[in-house]
Design a protein around this ligand. Structure first.
Ligand SMILES: [Zn+2]
Length: 51
């Protein structure tokens, strides 16, 4: 069962702060999670992107 490596990029500064994996067959929607961005120095919405 392949799990694809994805990055989570800050929605404000666009920096890729996190990487994670997900199974695209079971999670076809785009991930969006609130995570801390050290560049913005606050929690922002991080969106799935290519690594
Ligand atoms: Zn940021």
């Amino acid at each position: 069962m392949p799990r694809d490596l994805i990055s989570l990029a800050c929605g404000e500064c666009k920096r890729r702060n996190y990487t994670t994996t997900k199974n695209k067959k079971t999670h076809q929607e785009k991930l969006e999670v609130a995570k801390y961005c050290r560049y913005c120095r606050k929690h922002t919405a991080h969106k799935e992107g290519k690594v």
